[in-house]
Design a protein around this ligand. Structure first.
Ligand code: TXA
Ligand code: MG
Length: 315
């Protein structure tokens, strides 16, 4: 199959209506989308991604009407929807029977979000159906933040990549679930926990487990192929002296085989925008080891630390 990359929203919509899967930009990361109500199309997502069927998908909606078609919205969700949608926040809510079990892996809940990316919003207008979409990477690998990343890994397996440029947020959405009358943080992400807590109070944090509530919680997720070590860069450089080390640094240069500085000004949002691209670059380079600095545990630093910790847990 030839994979075409382009900016033709109508073409992407036609393919989705025919039951194909199409890569789409969002403000967080690129997604691999299908009509959420077309089971066969959704099955293709799992095949293309080599994603296990126990890992449910996020449904992307255009508006309130589409949300109400897929989920039962508890009153407590209204304030989050008002404040954070469209944007990088996913809510896990009781599902409507019309949502295929394949989308939710048989759970009685569905993960929903309203993306902010203009092109994807235009696409949702054109197809007039919610789109089920996981991140557009092979299962377990780093999420793509450019159309080129998608082409590198899924080229030849999907017909079309809708190119919306580099993702503005750069890490996946924050996932919250409403359970036992409280909000539970399943995955830190693009919507900072502090901003959410300012609206709904302290979040309960889901513990990792063998069959996680959000399988993105699997320890060995978001991982490049090369070994990743996270911590204090200078001590890690001493530990790997004599090896070709690729450093991912927040704001300062380090003397190493390669060093990528994410934000010299020390802006966590800028760093998040570049993190996955840099991880890919170092993974593809001649570095033997990737060493990443631990970020301040605040704002988007929390999501970055989470992804790096999982990448490091691979081995
Ligand atoms: O920013 C994002 O969230 C991106 C863009 C494309 O929207 N999507 C994304 O999807 O990161 P994915 O599939 O890579 O991660 C979605 C996570 C998975 O870890 C999945 O387990 C969790 O959402 N999830 C989906 N449905 C769920 C449910 N009903 N209960 C708990 N977790 C769920
Ligand atoms: Mg993913």
């Amino acid at each position: 199959m030839t994979t075409v990359t382009g900016t033709d929203v109508a073409q992407a919509a036609r393919l989705l209506e025919q039951g194909a899967v199409v890569a789409i930009p969002t403000e967080t990361v690129y997604g691999l989308a299908a009509d959420a109500f077309n089971e066969e199309a959704v099955l293709t997502i799992f095949t293309v991604k080599q994603r296990p069927a126990f890992d449910p998908l996020i449904v992307h909606v255009r508006d309130r009407a589409q949300l109400d078609r897929v989920a039962v919205v508890p009153p407590q969700a209204e304030v989050l929807i008002d404040r954070f949608w469209p944007g990088p926040l996913t809510l896990v809510l009781p599902k409507r029977p019309a949502v295929p079990d394949l989308v939710t892996s048989g759970l009685d809940t569905v993960a929903v979000r309203m993306p902010a990316h203009t092109m994807t919003r235009a696409l949702l207008d054109a197809v007039d159906t919610p789109l089920a979409a996981p991140s557009a990477n092979p299962f377990g690998y780093v999420s793509p933040t450019t159309a080129g990343h998608v082409q590198d890994q899924l080229g030849g397996r999907i017909p079309y990549i809708l190119d919306g440029g580099a993702c503005a947020v750069g890490v996946e959405s924050t996932i919250l679930g409403w359970q036992q009358e409280r909000w539970v943080l399943f995955r830190p992400g693009g919507a900072p926990v502090e901003a959410i807590e300012a609206v709904v109070g302290p979040l309960h944090v889901a513990a990792d487990s063998a069959r996680p509530q959000a399988p993105g919680m699997l320890e060995s997720h978001y991982a490049p192929r090369k070994p990743v070590h996270v911590g204090d860069v200078d001590s890690l450089l001493r530990r790997f002296a004599g090896r070709a080390v690729g450093v991912i640094s927040f704001r300062t240069e380090h003397a190493a085989h390669r060093c990528e500085v994410l934000s010299p000004e020390g802006d966590l949002a800028v760093a998040a925008r570049h993190l996955f691209a840099v991880l890919r670059e170092l993974d593809a380079s001649d570095c033997q080891v990737i060493v990443a600095e631990r970020f301040p545990e605040e704002g988007l630093g929390r999501a970055m630390n989470d992804r790096l910790r999982r990448a490091a847990a691979r081995r």
